[in-house]
Design a protein around this ligand. Structure first.
Ligand SMILES: NC(=O)c1ccc[n+]([C@@H]2O[C@H](COP(=O)([O-])OP(=O)(O)OC[C@H]3O[C@@H](n4cnc5c(N)ncnc54)[C@H](OP(=O)(O)O)[C@@H]3O)[C@@H](O)[C@H]2O)c1
Length: 239
């Protein structure tokens, strides 16, 4: 398969890229940092780029993918947590920063890819249950991921030959979880406490452990409605 993944330098994106590369797929990855291990693999291609520098994205991505005319899977995974604080305390600049990477960078990239590549079979936007259900402190993240869900839904109507889903991966022990781990005001943000308690338990696997299950979930997502939100935890994984 030809697979493009954003955010391959750490966490879920890194785990997925490694798993696909080990299976023999051809993977194109984008992130600001170089990923460890993957750079030595012939079937992994990396572009070091800030996806919110849109002019550079428009300049560099076309050369990066070259004459590839088919992508089997595009995983829009790069994202940030943003500030955990009550909405009234979050400045607009922080809201905009989170929207830039969690939403608009995906629009810019998809527009480029649909212009250049003949066939794109599947697009996954890495989302979260927090995009459907808000809780105190999660404003920038929840608002941005709700925007990502709708972005996938809109594109699914405009490119019906491609299958789009917003995909919640469940809990995975990544750098985002490390940020959550550092938060001390757990009385103010009850869901933070739940995530901290889940870390280092079987309820929060490492990215490498989670990757095979996530890949299976992405394949199963093709049977769900085009443009819909799916949560890997609601999928019948034992089938
Ligand atoms: N971990 C979980 O439990 C969980 C649950 C639900 C959803 N998610 C979603 O899963 C996705 C991956 O997150 P993660 O948990 O694996 O966290 P992570 O380890 O922090 O990974 C985030 C990735 O995004 C990349 N990225 C961030 N800003 C970027 C930018 N401006 N340009 C290019 N790349 C950028 C980072 O690379 P660089 O810093 O090198 O640029 C990194 O590779 C996110 O969209 C997150 O919302 C995670």
């Amino acid at each position: 398969m030809h697979i493009l993944i954003t955010g391959t330098s750490s966490g879920i994106g890194h785990g997925l890229a490694k798993e696909f590369v080990d299976r023999g797929d051809e993977v194109w990855g984008i992130s600001r940092r170089e990923p460890d291990e993957l750079d030595q693999k012939d079937n992994y291609h990396h572009l070091q780029l800030d996806l919110t520098e849109y002019d550079r994205v428009r300049q560099m991505v076309p050369d990066f993918i070259g004459d590839i005319q088919r992508f089997d899977l595009i995983i829009l995974n790069a994202g940030v947590l943003g500030e955990i604080a009550w909405m009234s305390e979050v400045g607009l600049n922080e809201m905009k920063r989170v929207m830039e990477i969690n939403v608009w960078a995906n629009k810019v990239l998809l527009d480029l890819l649909f212009k250049q590549v003949k066939e794109i079979k599947q697009v996954i936007g890495m989302s979260t249950k927090a995009s459907l259900r808000s809780s105190p402190g999660w404003g920038p993240y929840s608002v941005s991921k709700a925007g990502l869900n709708m972005l996938m839904n809109v594109y699914s109507k405009e490119y019906p030959d491609t299958h789009f889903n917003a995909f919640a991966p469940g809990l995975v022990d990544s750098e985002i979880q490390e940020d959550i781990w550092q938060i001390e005001e757990t009385d103010k943000y009850p869901t933070i406490k739940k995530l901290q308690d889940a870390r280092h338990t079987e309820n929060m696997p490492e990215p490498d452990q989670a990757a095979p299950m996530l890949i299976k979930g992405m394949k199963m997502a093709l049977d769900y409605d085009n443009g819909s939100f799916v949560d890997v935890r609601d999928m019948p994984m034992d089938q």
